[in-house]
Design a protein around this ligand. Structure first.
Ligand SMILES: O=C1O[C@H](COP(=O)(O)O)[C@@H](O)[C@H](O)[C@H]1O
Length: 238
């Protein structure tokens, strides 16, 4: 693993740097493999980045968008990560509908939805059960409790090592999430973190020793590159 930590002066510098990094990964991926695959984070932090990506002129037909986690709500629900991304980015550009690989949430059974998304990923990557395909970029955030994607402290999802997708649990509410081994198979994992409220979580994530079940972001140790892009409010005490 190749780990890089960058502390940017403010949120707009973080957006500019993350955009630059993603565009460089995109260029390499398209040059080498003819397409770029990215899994997106939800929450509030990445929204300005998605707006910045939408303003770029890009080969949209070669870009495939997935999500690392989703709330178990219909796609038009205000809490939906897909809805936020469509409004900030995907509805503003000419990306083919077939390149938007949203997490299904209408099955009425989160386990069935997780299995359906896993099957979709296996078909897309032409991989077999038990294999972990590599996305070019997995974008992640962290919560104040050090969760990432929908891998919450002391939940069953943290024990799943043989699947790409599983069911997360946020205070008793189901979510659909990438498993940590699938995240770790990415070519590049990029964390975006802003705000002083994330400092205590970051201190535990970066500590030499701490419990991974209590601080799930510690489980993210990709085989490829690991990037931590922090604004000064979040990263000043590291
Ligand atoms: O619940 C979630 O939160 C994290 C962090 O969100 P933020 O609002 O602090 O940026 C996010 O990465 C995850 O995708 C989302 O479902």
């Amino acid at each position: 693993m190749n780990k890089t930590v960058e502390v940017l002066p403010d949120r707009s510098a973080l957006v500019a740097r993350s955009l630059e990094l993603i565009l460089s990964k995109l260029e390499t991926a398209i040059e080498q493999r003819g397409r770029f695959t990215i899994a997106l984070a939800g929450g509030s932090t990445p929204k300005p980045l998605y707006e910045a990506i939408a303003a770029e002129k890009l080969p949209w037909d070669k870009i495939h968008v997935f999500w690392g986690d989703e709330r178990y709500v219909p796609p038009e629900h205000p809490d939906s990560n897909e809805l936020m991304t469509r409004q900030a980015w995907l509805d503003r550009v000419d990306i083919p509908a077939a390149n938007i690989h949203a997490i299904p949430t209408l099955e009425g059974d989160p386990a069935a939805s997780a299995a359906k998304y896993e099957q979709h990923l296996q078909e897309f990557f032409n991989s077999r059960p038990g294999e972990f395909p590599s996305l070019d970029v997995v974008l992640l955030g962290i919560g104040d409790d050090a969760h990432t994607a929908s891998l919450f402290p002391h939940t069953e999802a943290l024990k799943v090592r043989d699947r790409l997708i599983t069911v997360g649990n946020k205070d008793g509410n189901p979510r659909i999430t990438f498993t940590y081994p699938f995240i770790n198979s990415a070519r590049s994992v990029i964390f975006l973190v802003t705000g002083a409220n994330k400092r205590p979580a970051l201190a535990q994530i970066f500590a030499p020793v701490a419990d991974e079940l209590t601080y799930p972001s510690r489980l993210i140790q990709p085989q490829g590159e690991l990037w931590w892009l922090l604004d000064a409010e979040a990263g000043s005490e590291l």
